[in-house]
Design a protein around this ligand. Structure first.
Ligand code: NAD
Length: 438
């Protein structure tokens, strides 16, 4: 099957690479010439474990190609995936300009039957909008070709995206025609053979499933963060609370780790977009609204925690370990680290930072942040008045505390991901502060 993927970002590249790996002929199209040139030269512009070898191997086999030409992408493809970004606007709603442009570009090059699959996370009603725009453009051109629109939301997690795409918890297909559903079943034949669940619904339901799922997970995080904050003010230990809660099969153990708040390219924007969709529908989702508010307050609460640990921030050297919004990615979109760093800088701190993958992006996206980026953990901790773990990279789980004690100026350790046992860190003479436990 010939597939086109419009948008070669995290989702587009994983989708394109994995579909090629599964034997399909894939062409990935992006308007970013630099990105496409890099890909053609074997350079994968994002860090995602396992993706580089899939892309290189399938490019060499001729099953995966890259282009900046929408015509090249659309003309031979039976199925066209839209995987462009839908970033948030000021009012929290999804900025649909990239999807709108992609849809118009696709419609202008349709010459035979196509299935247009929306993988981008889009407001409920977008599938119907795509249908009407494509229809109008075809009519304006005096042409008629059958086409179908499908909503196939993506649930991959950065850091485990390849595995998530190949073996997802479920595949959601929102479609209105048997032909389109059958084509989607052919695309996901390997996953179906593995007995992975496929949910087939109408287009609006599929669009809602994506937002409802992300908002639920974000709510679980904001919920446990609120409970952790309460534990900070009493003699309760959040790690034991979370463990016991998670043993209840109705609750489950995942997403119950407190921390500096959720970040990344999905939860912050999708929760805000769902609130916005609710407002437009005349039914504000109050729980999701509170989830957003709780999360927006996290960096401030984390800042106060650091301040409580070391007192006055002014002229203190603070080490930030981890900038990416989570481990195993170089993505810093909406990373809580950035707001925490800003607050510390505003209060006169000197910041030294280290992240195994995200420093290039941080320098590029936030050139105004006056941060000393270091080449490893220990150089970042030299002369430090407080070490702060912001992202739970594996590299930070086995720190040499004897060495750290000998190089810091003041032995204070703020563990915003609760990766260490407090007594263990304290046994090296450090003052330890976690989230929701002493
Ligand atoms: P991204 O910003 O990494 O990539 C988007 C790409 O689209 C960019 O390379 C951009 O140049 C390209 N683009 C923009 N307009 C275009 C056009 N008209 N034609 C061709 N290319 C165009 O975004 P992403 O993280 O891959 O997310 C894409 C969508 O998938 C979003 O709606 C997001 O919410 C959703 N999603 C993302 C994730 C994730 O973990 N990143 C997971 C699930 C769903």
């Amino acid at each position: 099957m010939n597939i086109a993927v419009i948008g070669a970002g995290y989702v587009g590249l994983v989708t394109g690479g994995c579909l090629a790996l599964l034997g399909m002929n894939v062409i990935c199209m992006d308007i970013d010439e630099d990105k496409i040139n890099k890909l053609k030269n074997g350079v994968v512009p994002i860090y995602e474990p396992g993706l580089e070898s899939i892309i290189k191997e399938n490019y060499d086999l001729g099953r995966l190609n890259f282009t900046t030409s929408i015509k090249n992408a659309v003309e031979n493809a039976e199925v066209i995936f839209i995987a462009v970004g839908t970033p948030p606007l000021e009012d929290g709603s999804a900025d649909m300009k990239y999807v709108h442009q992609a849809v118009r570009d696709i419609a202008n090059h349709i010459e035979d039957y196509k299935v247009i699959v929306c993988k981008s996370t889009v407001p409920v009603g977008t599938g119907q909008w795509i249908k009407s725009v494509v229809k109008t453009i075809l009519q304006q051109k005096g042409k008629w070709h059958d086409f179908d629109v499908v909503s196939n939301p993506e649930f991959l997690r950065e850091g485990t995206a390849v595995k998530d795409f190949l073996k997802p918890d479920r595949i959601v297909i929102g479609a209105e025609s048997e032909a389109a559903i059958n084509i989607m079943k052919r695309i996901y034949a390997v996953q179906i053979q593995l007995d992975l669940p496929m949910v087939v619904s109408n287009i609006e339901t599929a669009e809602m499933i994506k937002y409802a799922s992300n908002a639920f997970l974000a709510t679980k995080i904001s919920y446990i963060n609120e409970i952790a904050d309460m534990c900070d003010f009493c003699n309760a230990d959040i790690s034991v609370v979370s463990k016991a809660m998670g043993l209840d099969s109705r609750i489950g153990p995942k997403f119950l780790n407190p921390g500096p708040g959720y970040g990344g390219s999905c939860f912050p924007k999708d929760t805000k977009a769902l609130v916005n969709i609710g407002k437009k529908l005349g039914c504000l989702p109050m729980i999701v609204n509170s989830t957003v508010e709780v999360n927006d307050n996290r960096p401030g609460i984390m800042f106060e925690k650091i301040k409580k640990t070391i007192g006055d921030i002014e002229n203190k050297t603070i080490t930030i370990l981890g900038i990416a919004f989570k481990p195993e990615t170089d993505d810093i979109r909406e990373a809580p680290s950035i707001n925490i760093i800003r607050m510390l800088l505003d209060n006169g701190a000197k910041i030294k930072a280290y992240d195994p993958e995200a420093m290039v992006n941080a320098k590029k996206v936030y050139p105004d942040l006056s941060v000393e980026y270091c080449s490893d953990v220990y150089s970042a901790c030299e002369g430090s008045d407080c070490i702060v773990i912001v992202t739970e990279w594996k590299d930070f789980t086995g720190l040499d505390f004897l060495k750290l004690k000998s190089i810091v100026r003041n032995p204070a350790f703020v563990d915003l991901r609760n990766i260490y046992e407090p007594d263990y860190v304290k046994s090296f003479g450090f003052l330890y502060k976690g989230v929701g436990r002493k």
